[in-house]
Design a protein around this ligand. Structure first.
Ligand code: PEP
Ligand code: MG
Length: 571
């Protein structure tokens, strides 16, 4: 098979050889060995190679991801040098006369179950370290390659079943030209990160890891959602031309970087960016973002083995606020859960994580964690134009409780003489149908809404945003979704508040005409979509789009809506 269809997750064309980021087969057989001295030497060699490899990964992580993320690998190195683990393995080889693989696995398993059964966070983390390190040493004993995103040092297309957000964060843009996965949808977090890193990606191909082998030449067409494997020279040449056209188009859009965002008839909207870390600010500036409409703070908590301290958080928020020089910055409080896990919190596995204990639900329960973040945010507020937003609000009571916690922390800081900005706007994400339907009531109490369509669509249509099998139900232009959006925008305006959107739909060229017509005030999207959206807005007439919006709200299917948009725009 040399062609796969998937979901276009991040635009652009990439051509390079494949690098499979999949777990290698680490099965082995237990054998009796005669020369135990030689077997111990084989074990020590594997140990040393693993150490050397980990040192390299740590050094690279230090440069690219910072010291806190690199610390995980230091912990792994410590395990490899721990005589309490290593000596029993060597003893086992000697006394049981077995090969190194079972000696390592059995000894490691004993420590893992011992540490995991302890009611102690630190020991549980050590168990996870031992598990990781054991796999690495085993891979060297078995001479199979462990895939490691941060070890990639040549131009490749990453092929994986799925990429966790922390895998994605480790990808080095210099070498990773594109990626393709078996599962996932346009709004899974790996897709969102690919867009912010400007890495072309096709997700949800169902079989990329089945059919693509290491070193196959692969074309990732992130414009159409296609993957070509070992293509003909002719096809490569065709794609190089598409790639060039895309670059030229980007250069055209780049001319609008310092312009404001106006429609053809002079209506201004704000085009803001979604970011995951302070590092993303560079992209926001390069793409002319007029603000930050969504700072997903959970990325601060990921790819590490303990919670970030108040000080670490404060520094990140301050850096973003200062970097934006007085432009609005909407920071969302921790939204963990769903496809964003924090292994070190050790939360019980759930049947339906997207409907479970996540985001504000978790924060209201685990208040220490929530309060630490709120203190860091309040302290940072004096460095710019901060707005705070709570995720996954489904009842007014949740909003009131979260606000009460914030007010308590504000009062405590003020009583200690700590400075806090006076007018911090407080808003919510509208991601849950109950909140959209009750938006008129919420609008009396919140300062703004930001519509999170990534989740709002999945909850309204009951279609998992990660599941490519039901992706046909993931319908942003379904009139049911459009009516909910209208309810939210109208409710905000009736109370003199503003309504934004930070779901991926805000940057979608087919949705933008309708959203302009519905009166959306702020569109927040991957930074790399901003210039294209600005260029499109300049060609749209707000009054005409109001008419379009009025019509599509009365339609009955997605297809009719798409047709109507195409009929009155140049799409
Ligand atoms: C959303 O749900 O639309 C949203 C922006 O939040 P996230 O994608 O992080 O769930
Ligand atoms: Mg969401």
């Amino acid at each position: 098979m040399n062609f796969l269809n998937g979901i276009a997750a991040s635009s652009g064309i990439a051509i390079a050889k494949a690098y499979r980021l999949v777990e290698p087969d680490l099965t082995f057989t237990k054998k009796t060995v005669e020369d135990t001295g030689l077997e111990i030497e084989r074990f020590q060699n594997a140990l040393n190679t693993a150490k050397h490899e980990l040192e390299q990964i740590r050094d690279r992580a230090n440069i690219e991801l910072g010291a806190d993320k690199a610390a995980i690998f230091d912990a792994h190195l410590l395990v490899l040098s721990d005589p309490e683990l290593i000596s029993p393995i060597e003893d086992k080889i000697k006394t049981d006369k077995v090969n190194a693989e079972p000696a390592l696995q059995e000894t490691a398993d004993m420590f893992i179950s011992m540490f995991e059964s302890m009611d102690n966070e630190y020991m549980k983390e050590r168990a996870a370290d031992i598990r990781d390190v054991t796999k690495r040493v085993l891979s060297h004993l078995l001479q199979v390659q462990m895939a490691s995103p941060s070890m990639i040092n040549e131009e490749v297309i990453v092929v994986a079943e799925d990429l966790t957000p922390s895998d994605t964060a480790q990808l080095n843009r210099q070498f990773v030209k594109g990626f393709t996965t078996d599962i996932g949808g346009r709004t899974s977090h790996s897709a969102i990160m690919a867009r912010s890193m400007e890495i072309p990606a096709v997700v949800g191909t169902k079989k990329a890891t089945d059919v693509i082998k290491n070193s196959d030449i692969v074309i990732v067409d992130g414009l159409k959602g296609e993957v070509h494997i070992n293509p003909s020279q002719e096809l490569i040449e065709d794609y190089k031309r598409v790639q060039q056209d895309f670059e030229n188009q980007k250069a055209e859009w780049a001319k609008l970087v310092n312009e404001k965002s106006f429609s053809a008839d002079g209506h201004h909207v704000e085009l803001a960016a979604n970011i995951g870390t302070p590092k993303d600010l560079k992209g926001v500036k390069a793409n002319g973002g007029e603000g930050i409409g969504l700072y997903r703070t959970e990325f601060l908590y990921m790819g590490r083995d303990q919670l970030p301290t108040e000080e670490e958080q404060f520094e990140s928020y301050k850096a973003v606020l200062e970097g934006m020089e007085g432009k609005p910055v909407v920071v969302r409080t921790l939204d963990i859960g769903g496809d964003k896990e924090l292994p070190y919190l050790d939360l019980p596995k759930e049947m339906n994580p997207f409907l479970g204990f996540r985001a504000i639900r978790l924060c209201l329960e685990e208040q220490d964690l929530f309060r630490t973040q709120l203190r860091a945010l309040l302290r940072s507020s004096v460095y710019g134009n901060l707005k705070i937003m709570f995720p996954m609000i489904s009842t007014l009571q949740e909003f009131r409780s979260a606000k009460a916690v914030l007010e308590e922390e504000r009062a405590a800081l003020l009583s200690k003489g700590t400075r806090v900005a006076e007018n911090i706007e407080l808003g919510i994400m509208v991601e849950i149908p109950s909140t959209a339907v009750l938006a008129d009531q919420f609008a009396k109490e919140v300062d703004f809404f930001s519509i999170g369509t990534n989740d709002l669509i999945q909850y309204t249509m009951a279609a998992d945003r990660m599941n490519e099998r039901v992706s046909y139900l993931y319908q942003p232009y379904n009139p049911a979704i459009l009516r909910l959006i209208k309810m939210v925008i109208d409710a905000a305006h009736k109370e003199g508040k503003w309504a934004g959107m930070c779901g991926e739909m805000a940057g979608d060229e087919l949705a933008i005409p309708i959203l302009l017509g519905l009166g959306l005030d702020e569109f927040s999207m991957s930074a790399t979509s901003i210039l294209k959206a600005r260029s499109q807005l300049r060609r749209l007439n707000k009054q005409e789009m109001e008419e379009l919006a009025g019509k599509v709200l009365q339609m009955s299917t997605t297809e009719e809506v798409v047709e109507a948009v195409k009929a009155v725009t140049d799409l």
